[in-house]
Write a protein that binds this ligand. Sequence first.
Ligand SMILES: Nc1ncnc2c1ncn2[C@@H]1O[C@H](COP(=O)(O)OP(=O)(O)OP(=O)(O)O)[C@@H](O)[C@H]1O
Ligand SMILES: O=P(O)(O)O[C@@H]1[C@H](O)[C@H](O)[C@@H](OP(=O)(O)O)[C@H](OP(=O)(O)O)[C@H]1O
Length: 304
Amino acid sequence: MLKIPVHQVAGHQAGDRKLGPLVDDSGRFYKPLQSDDRGSNELSFYTSFSSNMKIPDHIRRFFPTFHGTQLLEASDGSGLLPHLVLQDLSMGHLNPSIMDIKIGSRTWPPQASEDYIAKCLKRDRESTSVPLGFRISGFQIYRTKETGFWKPDRQFFLSFSADDVRSALRKFVSSNGSAGSDPDCAFASVVYGGSTGILAQLLELKAWFEDQTIFHFYSCSVLMTFEKELALEGRSSGAEIKLVDFAHVVEGGGVIDHNFLGGLCSLIKFISEILATPDECYPPKACLQDSEKSHFCSDDGVNE
Ligand SMILES: Nc1ncnc2c1ncn2[C@@H]1O[C@H](COP(=O)(O)OP(=O)(O)OP(=O)(O)O)[C@@H](O)[C@H]1O
Ligand SMILES: O=P(O)(O)O[C@@H]1[C@H](O)[C@H](O)[C@@H](OP(=O)(O)O)[C@H](OP(=O)(O)O)[C@H]1O
């Protein structure tokens, strides 16, 4: 039976006669082929990536497995539509904390139309994409069995500042990870740190991006996931990164993807700083003094 994914944190969502992805119980994620050339472009990417023998296995693991396409009843009730059949990345997770981070200061591919460039440029400038080289598109942070997830709606992320991004990356790995109090970064070392943690995985990805000239990944996201309850039990937190959304990937033409690489380096720097100074508060103590400086001073935008 096809269902709306409960752990989707960004992008087009199914429901209310809207077109969005569906999942089943067998661990597959069905993403409808989007209109214009976005759907066919993403399909071309998966087809080309899956058969490209030059992609090392340790890099391939950062991408969802691709199982072809399938005609399915679309979630918006418009009838049969081809869907990409992908590995469901939340399969096997009980209460995953997930963050979607769109990488690159520029989210439009070079051959995009003037209208599309204008739309993206506006969003890139108004968000942290231009100043930081990445933006947070969405997250869900697991709190407790009683209070469930903190999952702000899309609006919440639109006016994020650099300090909001710092704070969110800290909240993500904190035991008090929602609003009000200073994040304690209790899980920073087990989630971000260590030889298999998120920082190590980002560095592995970065090493590949310093060399690969096959693809340029515009508007693609890093999805960070971990299980807080496992971390609390002192077990491995299952921290992992995956790349999603390849609707705007183009051929690299023998040139490195400096747009993605720059964003990745910037994200790496933010996460390294949290590991180096887990006790700091962003913005420094402002969340207790000046509510206008931070979204995190109130529960604004919280979906409960
Ligand atoms: N293979 C997958 N397994 C599980 N969840 C996924 C998978 N791919 C994407 N998601 C979830 O869906 C969200 C949106 O994915 P994606 O960016 O591919 O969709 P989109 O509609 O193209 O987004 P956008 O509006 O940014 O173009 C992600 O943030 C993630 O929560
Ligand atoms: O990141 P945000 O701020 O949520 O903005 C969305 C993001 O730029 C998506 O990449 C884009 O879809 P495409 O990449 O498919 O263009 C979508 O456009 P849309 O809503 O017009 O589809 C935007 O709303």
